[in-house]
Write a protein that binds this ligand. Structure first.
Ligand SMILES: Nc1ncnc2c1ncn2[C@@H]1O[C@H](COP(=O)(O)OP(=O)(O)OP(=O)(O)O)[C@@H](O)[C@H]1O
Length: 225
């Protein structure tokens, strides 16, 4: 299967007189899970929004398969984004959301019949737990057939069993997609990533060994002993 490549270069972003992102470079291919770590406020969400194309910036260079793409979100089938705050409308039932979100009738039927979705079809989003909601959001995004998925805190506020289910869903789809995943549950990110990035003081550090996370002060000394 031919690989697809998302390449992001020279990203600069300033806010409030502060250089939040400075010359960020990253590359993600289909078949890869790239983990993006960083402290609160380090710019992870900002970076994902810039890559998706919904946040404008001082400078950026985004290519997909070698073609410059300034607003990836406008190209169907290229990229999907799971925002930190979720995207399911609170007042609608899950079955209604699935029918609105997916044009393809076959995909609609498949998802409506999915064992993890069936029990929630008549519930509104607000009636779901965070873990249930996150799982359904990821299932919906996967139906878009996008080559790349940007996941902002897919594990946040979720019990370990649900974290594992979301990890499994990512693993099951990584052959055909590239994932860029950020979360404060760094252990969950480490478990599924084949490439690790750490945002520190605006720079994107490419982490070769997890011990570097201690050297950069992201995790306390002794975290991996
Ligand atoms: N449009 C904006 N106006 C003002 N400040 C902004 C804007 N966009 C981002 N920021 C600031 O940039 C910083 C980075 O925000 P961002 O949400 O990207 O960080 P993060 O690493 O995702 O944080 P967290 O892990 O807490 O979600 C924050 O201090 C935020 O307040």
């Amino acid at each position: 299967m031919p690989k697809h490549t998302l390449e992001v270069d020279s990203i600069m972003y300033s806010t409030g007189g502060r250089l939040l992102l400075s010359d960020v470079y990253l590359k993600c291919q289909t078949g890869e899970v790239v983990g993006l770590l960083g402290r609160n406020g380090s710019g992870k969400t900002t970076l994902l929004k810039i890559i998706f194309g919904t946040k404008t910036t001082d400078n950026k260079f985004i290519q997909i398969d070698g073609n410059v793409c300034n607003t990836p979100y406008t190209h169907k089938g290229l990229i999907g984004y799971l925002p930190q705050e979720g995207f399911l409308p609170h007042a609608l039932s899950i079955s209604t959301i699935i029918r609105i979100f997916l044009d393809d009738k076959q995909k609609q039927q498949e998802l409506l019949a999915h064992e993890s979705v069936q029990q929630h079809l008549n519930k509104k989003t607000a009636e779901l737990s965070t873990g249930e909601r996150r799982y359904i959001e990821l299932l919906l995004l996967l139906q878009l057939d996008a080559e790349f998925l940007l996941l902002d805190e897919p594990f946040s506020g979720i019990a370990s069993l649900q974290v594992e289910r979301i990890q499994e869903l990512i693993e099951a789809n990584r052959l055909t997609k590239g994932f860029l995943v950020t979360d404060h549950d760094y252990k969950a990110v480490l478990e599924i990533s084949n490439q690790l990035l750490l945002l520190v003081d605006g720079a994107c550090r490419h982490i070769k060994h997890r011990d570097e996370l201690m050297q950069w002060g992201y995790v306390p000394a002794g975290s991996f002993s």
